[in-house]
Design a protein around this ligand. Structure first.
Ligand code: BGC
Length: 750
């Protein structure tokens, strides 16, 4: 849909075979270009009455909507009637970041395959894994009669405590954009629409409906916007969802600069902009700024794009041409993806859950990160005869993240805890997927005695840990949309539990089921740490495969793990104190608290484009684990690098598996202008699967916009030219192999 620069290939090796799209392909459904789709959309719009047009630019929120039959209105996120006479399809929208969502089981008994969290997928550094996950979700969504998926979250992790980090793809724009695009491509291979969201800078959940995210234009273009730009070029999503927050003073869904100037003009985006649910604040301003469709209308103060829009058009406050454009963009997104011409089934079909579970397991296996492995404690040695597994409900399942992305997974929810308070209480429950690491370990290690301790009885737990040959403790941190994590420590005294276990058992493995980074005050005492994220519906099996060595860990951190809370730019959520006051007042006196709401507050993104690992380098901070870090049961070496410059930077290098096991490495190239004083940026990466002793020569090509700075005066991307430092690296802090090359000065369109 978007035009733009030729994309640099970030090639993948290994990875998963994509799930086949289940939609039938006919001649009429052959891939169509944006221009052809738009021309057809314009012809359809020309046949519509104004009333019909208005009806297409605002959507229902099924849980609150009335006047439809149960078969028409599937409980989910959104519904927009079609116009059968003109062939415009009925649109049913579902959340789908990690699978077809079913928050608080609004469709009783309807399950779906749950992928691991977005961060786990990002940790694979493998577009094929992201693509396969998207294709799987899209296939299930179509079978369940959804044709627009609210997927494709690429907001960069600016703060480790953001409650929604788990849904996104990490802190780097190239990584998030590349994998986000692949995910969208996978979803849309089923001839349905995926959104990309939340446009833009929805970087914290505290006060997300009121906060004003502040950042400079160039910094925004070089960070969060670049992630969207790359993902849109690669994935060509039918729709873009604008966010809740303000950006530089204007609501995201009525921000003319971002919606019209950047997205539609500079990037040539031809699809439609839909609002987030309850993110619209005006009629004429929003429509003229570039919002094309109001979603979940029941959640806004009024149905701004219903009668008020009709009135605004009648009065000339919004032109008929703009209304036509809004509808034509909606139809263009549906036409270009194939959703327009490929109706969903009239009755739900049962997806191939068995095949899809394998997609979830491969994603988990590729995304689990081995953070630490002193003395090669892992994989579990064949000599271990007695193992104790402790905590984290590992006897029944694995944790998942909360909010609109929540999947009710195949197998159900063995643990489900409703919430008494907090921003997410109305639509989230602490939910585990039925995939028990304990059972999977017992299955994988017949003959080994594996004891279970839930961790609540400290004396019994420590006695069991002492008596065993090895202890595996599962730590959990639940995070959710609509609430940020208040601090980075593990909740519920789990730090003390882990330290106590490590105090009596030198062979202790910590498995971290967390939304993102947590602090690890016990790290010196614990020889092996496995970052499992939220590992999805086959997380137990994936963890058992990694712990026993049946699968060699290959995930790499898509976010920096801080050594302490003071290292990231903001130690805790901005506005949290004020929010706590408002919540306390409401709890103390609900009647009196009505009308006491959180007022707008600014969040200044002082780090600008130096997000994540770049901030650490700029400030000279040593994190607990750097971006890109991840160990393996084998070892890798880079040899004979040849670095060339010119229009962009190319690195050709031998990647060698120098150990005894088959495994996958992620070669990373970081660049910075020599003498510029700026931190290095990830410019290319490639996952490479290698047999023991195997060497493969690969070429990595830098994404040109990573070499450039955004120049608002131009406007566009400007590569200053001159000498560049180039690191071929295992992670963002690795500077063992640095060389210099010369890049030509040049400019590129925005
Ligand atoms: C979330 C979106 C989601 C929408 C519909 C909002 O609260 O921010 O990500 O797609 O709800 O469920």
């Amino acid at each position: 849909m978007a035009g733009g620069l030729a994309m640099v290939a970030v090639v993948t090796a290994g990875g998963s075979a994509p799930v086949q799209a289940q939609a039938p392909t006919t001649k009429a459904q052959k891939k169509t270009t944006s221009a052809a789709a738009r021309a057809r959309a314009d012809r359809i719009v020309a046949k519509m009455t104004r009333e019909q047009k208005i009806a297409l630019v605002h959507g229902l929120f099924p849980p609150m909507a009335a006047g439809k039959t149960a078969n028409e209105l599937i409980p989910s996120a959104g519904h927009i009637d079609g116009i059968p006479r003109l062939g415009v399809p009925l649109v049913r929208e579902s959340d789908a970041s990690l699978g077809v969502a079913n928050q608080v089981e609004q469709r009783v008994g309807d399950v779906a395959t749950a992928l691991p969290s977005g961060l786990a997928t990002a940790a694979s550094f493998d577009p094929a894994i992201a693509q396969a996950g998207g294709a799987m979700i899209g296939a299930e969504a179509r079978d369940k009669r959804f044709n627009v998926l609210l997927a494709g979250g690429v907001n960069l992790t600016r703060d480790p405590w953001n409650g929604r980090n788990f849904e996104y793809l990490g802190e780097d724009p190239l990584l998030a954009g590349t994998l986000g695009g692949a995910h969208i491509q996978g979803v849309q291979s089923n001839r349905i629409v995926s959104t990309i969201k939340h446009y833009v800078l929805n970087a914290q959940e505290t006060g997300r409906n009121v906060l004003d995210a502040r950042i400079g234009e160039a910094a925004l273009r070089m960070s969060d916007l670049l992630a969207f730009q790359i993902a849109i070029e690669k994935g060509r999503p039918g729709s873009v969802m604008c966010a809740y927050n303000k950006i530089n003073g204007d609501w995201a869904c009525e921000n003319r600069h971002l919606l019209t100037d950047v997205l539609k003009r500079d990037w040539g985006y031809a699809g439609w902009v839909m609002s987030d649910w309850g993110a619209v604040h005006s009629t004429a301003k929003a429509a003229n700024a570039g919002l094309d469709q109001e979603s979940g209308q029941e959640l806004d103060k009024e149905v701004y794009f219903g009668a008020p829009l009709a009135e605004a058009v009648a009065k000339g406050e919004v032109s008929e041409a703009r209304l036509n454009d809004m509808v034509a963009r909606y139809l263009t997104g549906l036409i270009e993806t194939g959703a327009y011409d490929t109706p969903v089934p009239t009755q739900a079909v049962t997806p191939d859950y068995a095949a899809h579970a394998d997609v979830a397991q491969r994603a988990a296996e590729a995304g689990i990160v081995l953070l630490k492995n002193d003395g090669n404690l892992l994989p579990i040695a064949r000599t271990a005869k007695r193992i104790v597994v402790i905590g984290g409900n590992a006897d029944v399942g694995v944790l998942s993240g909360g909010g609109s992305s929540q999947v009710r997974s195949v197998g159900g929810a063995p643990v489900e805890i409703p919430l008494a308070y907090g921003g997410s209480a109305s639509f989230a429950r602490i939910t585990y997927h039925a995939s028990s690491p304990l059972n999977a370990l017992r299955k994988a290690l017949p003959g080994v005695e594996i004891e279970w301790q839930d961790g609540r009885n400290l004396n019994a737990t420590l006695a069991a840990a002492k008596a065993a040959d090895m202890a595996i403790v599962f730590a959990t941190q639940w995070t959710t949309e609509a609430d940020d994590v208040h601090d980075l420590r593990l909740p519920n005294q789990q730090d003390a539990l882990i330290a106590a276990i490590a105090g009596v058992q030198s062979k202790t493995v910590a498995v971290m089921e967390t939304g993102g980074p947590v602090l690890m005050p016990w790290i010196a005492k614990v020889p092996a740490i496995v970052q499992a994220w939220y590992p999805g519906q086959r997380g137990g099996e994936a963890l058992a495969a990694i712990l026993t060595g049946q699968v060699n860990p290959s995930g790499r951190l898509p976010i920096t793990f801080p050594a302490d809370a003071s290292q990231p730019p903001r130690p805790r959520p901005v506005g949290l104190d004020r929010l706590s006051e408002v919540e306390a007042a409401a709890a103390a006196n609900p009647a009196a608290a009505q009308g006491v709401t959180l007022q707008s507050f600014p969040v200044d993104y002082v780090e600008g484009a130096d997000v994540g690992y770049r901030w650490y380098e700029k400030k000279g901070l040593k994190p607990l684990f750097p971006f890109g870090h991840g160990l393996s049961y084998t070892s890798f070496a880079y040899r004979n690098p040849v670095v060339t410059g010119g229009r962009t930077i190319r690195v050709t290098v031998d990647v060698a598996n120098t150990g005894q096991r088959e495994g996958s490495d992620v070669a990373q190239v970081y660049v910075a202008r020599d003498g510029g004083g700026e931190p290095m940026r990830l410019a290319a990466f490639q996952r490479v699967a290698l047999k023991p002793g195997e060497t493969r020569r690969i070429t990595l090509t830098a994404e040109p916009r990573i070499l450039a700075d955004y120049d608002t005066g131009l406007p566009g991307w400007r590569i200053a030219g001159g000498a560049y430092r180039v690191a071929v690296a295992h992670d963002a802090a690795d500077r063992a192999m640095v060389s210099t090359t010369t890049v030509e000065a040049q400019t590129m369109k925005p």
